[in-house]
Ligand binder design. Structure first.
Ligand code: AP5
Length: 217
């Protein structure tokens, strides 16, 4: 199954994708995580992406499509693939369809996670993550046992620079202008589409997400 998780920044796509990938055994492909890894590794792509990410703007489509193509080449063609934060523009969505077609696949399901801006802003202001193992916490909703330290590996937790309030506002605008049009793109394309109210507990959101996958078969 090829699944796309759509939704604004901070709505909980990554949190839900990790759970579903654990359950289904599929590959979780987050372009945000791939770009942050490229920055940590000091690659040319990471350096080119940095200014866009720090400003809350989208990284150019061609860079993203090359990154995804290269990443997909390393994934078993029969595996479930959960795209989180990709595609984000209609150019990326068209590019993805072309890549999938070449291997006889297609987008099997699109899930849109929705929450009011106030919820998103609070979640992003409280998000902390572990640069060592990637675990994600929230100072309001799911704090680590020891403040500032990762429960899993003891690493020092950090706040993403793009979670600063002004950048969050810009990311929300960019979402509305450039990514929200994908809702009608996929609805018109006839892809099975689900909307999930994400302003509830992680477990409640996951219960709906999981049952949407069962419907998908
Ligand atoms: P990316 O990393 O993809 O960021 P995003 O889409 O803005 O999404 P987030 O990671 O901020 O949020 P999320 O929805 O995954 O929420 P999470 O589960 O962490 O992209 C970053 C940047 O990279 C972009 O701005 C752009 O520059 C670039 N980029 C990436 N992909 C690109 C692309 N395809 N094209 C162009 N540019 C691209 O949850 C957030 C917090 O809330 C956490 O603390 C979590 O613990 C908590 N939480 C989650 N669910 C709940 C809940 N139900 N209740 C309470 N707390 C919750």
């Amino acid at each position: 199954m090829v699944l796309i998780l759509l939704g604004p920044p901070g709505v909980g796509k990554g949190t839900q994708a990790v759970r579903l990938a654990d359950d289904l055994g599929g590959a979780h492909v987050s372009t945000g995580d791939l770009l942050r890894a490229a920055r940590r590794d000091g690659t040319e792509l990471g350096a080119r992406a940095q200014k866009y990410m720090d400003a809350g703007e989208l990284v150019p489509d061609q860079l993203i499509l090359d990154l995804v193509r290269e990443h997909l080449a390393g994934i078993d063609p029969g595996a479930h693939v959960l795209f989180d934060g990709f595609p984000r523009t209609t150019t990326q969505a068209t590019g993805l369809s072309e890549v999938l077609e070449r291997s006889g696949r297609r987008v099997d399901r699109v899930v849109l996670f929705e929450a009011p801006d106030e919820t998103i802003v609070k979640r992003l202001s409280g998000r902390r993550s572990c640069p060592e193992c990637g675990a994600v916490y929230n100072t309001f909703f799911s704090p680590s046992r020891v403040e500032g330290k990762c429960d899993r590996c003891g690493g020092s937790l950090v706040q993403r620079p793009d979670d600063a309030p002004a950048t969050v506002q810009r990311r929300l605008e960019v979402y509305r202008d450039q990514t929200a049009p994908l809702v009608s793109f996929y609805e018109q394309a006839g892809a099975p589409f689900e909307r999930i109210r994400a302003d509830r507990s992680v477990d409640d959101v996951y219960a709906d997400f999981r049952s949407a996958m069962e419907v998908a078969g």
